[in-house]
Design a protein around this ligand. Structure first.
Ligand code: GEM
Ligand code: ZN
Length: 317
């Protein structure tokens, strides 16, 4: 089977039915080498609408690759908003990483033929970072029955989602290279809308993640954040039912971060407070590293939500 972007002609009784485009391999996880090779392939095959660059390196020197899609992928253009998706900041939470590769594949394969995809790429600059923690990913592996793994942390055993400046408390933790790269990136582009993907639950969570009181402090944009979280949850095939992996139940599949549990030094609030970017945190799998055979089903669940959420960048933020 061709690795990607090959063509297969389905034929029955010698009759040519339809060209089937083979996209990305959906039967196994992409490790660092496969992820890099795939992104390089895409940037080679779709040079006019993509731009591949690294925003920095992990502790072990792995590149943090961002693929940009857009009509003018290399630069900001007046009137074209900047959007981003980030996954795998916890190395053992791997479904989002694969979903972002599938999303890239879907976008480039349908550009020029599907009007929704074409409009999205022509009118948005879409930045996709499939893995903010490649070292953590390489320290994890698929293991049967979903056991605990240590790959959540980066190579220095730091939780990157506790390593950002915090809106409510001092965070004197030295910044890890992955955090530093993300901060510089967030400051260097005028992102307006973003989501970051995790696993271990199924819910869309919105700011703030922390508080300086014993209760949730609604952000000034609470209504809008709830709308954004609802958009993802309602467009996902099951998230809106709120059944969260047999434990807590989230009404309509959304929650305020702090109300769920406190996170200090998280990336989501950093985006909002320091980056003027609306970011929500999306948990998309109960098992952080599920069997690869389940990946197509995760794509079915998340594809409509990934696309619908992206469209919200045009609300006139
Ligand atoms: C989280 S992030 C999402 C939950 N946020 C809050 N405030 N409870 C984390 O970093 O602990 C969960 C995860 O890692 O998936
Ligand atoms: Zn996580």
């Amino acid at each position: 089977m061709p690795k990607n972007m090959g063509f297969l002609y389905l034929s029955i009784g010698g009759l040519l039915l339809a060209p089937l485009i083979f996209g990305l391999d959906m039967t196994s996880y992409h490790n660092t080498a496969a992820l890099e090779a795939y992104l390089q392939d895409v940037s080679k095959n779709f040079p006019s609408i993509t731009y591949l660059h690294s925003i920095g390196k992990s502790v072990l020197g792995r590149d943090l690759w961002v693929l940009v899609l857009g009509r003018y992928p290399t630069r900001h253009t007046v009137g074209i908003p900047e959007f981003k998706y980030v996954a795998n900041m916890h190395g053992d939470e791997v479904v989002g990483r694969e979903m972002l590769l599938y999303l890239i594949d879907y976008l480039v394969q349908n550009y020029g033929t599907d009007p929704v995809v074409t409009g999205m790429i022509n009118n948005t600059r879409i930045h996709i970072l499939p893995s903010l923690n490649p070292d953590g990913f390489e320290n994890s592996a698929y293991l049967a029955d979903c056991p605990f793994q240590s790959g959540r942390y980066n190579q220095n055993m730091k939780d990157l989602n506790r390593n950002f400046p915090d809106a409510f408390q001092m965070n004197n933790d030295p910044r890890e290279p992955e955090t530093e790269a993300a901060m510089n990136w967030i400051q260097s582009e005028s992102f307006v809308l973003s989501a970051n993907f995790h696993g271990g639950a199924v819910v869309a969570s919105y700011p703030y993640d922390n508080s300086n009181k014993s209760r949730e402090i609604p952000s000034p944009d609470d209504d809008f954040f709830q709308y954004l979280a609802h958009t993802y949850s309602n467009s996902h095939t099951t998230m809106h039912t709120g059944v969260n992996c047999g434990t807590a139940r989230f009404v309509n599949g959304i929650t305020n971060g702090f109300t769920w549990y406190t996170v200090q030094g998280g990336m989501q609030d950093y985006n909002y407070v320091w980056g003027q970017c609306f970011e929500i945190t999306i948990e998309i799998s109960c098992c952080k590293y599920p069997p690869p055979s389940e990946l197509p089903a995760f794509w079915t669940q998340n594809k409509p939500a990934l696309l619908e959420y992206m469209k919200q960048v045009h609300l006139g933020l």
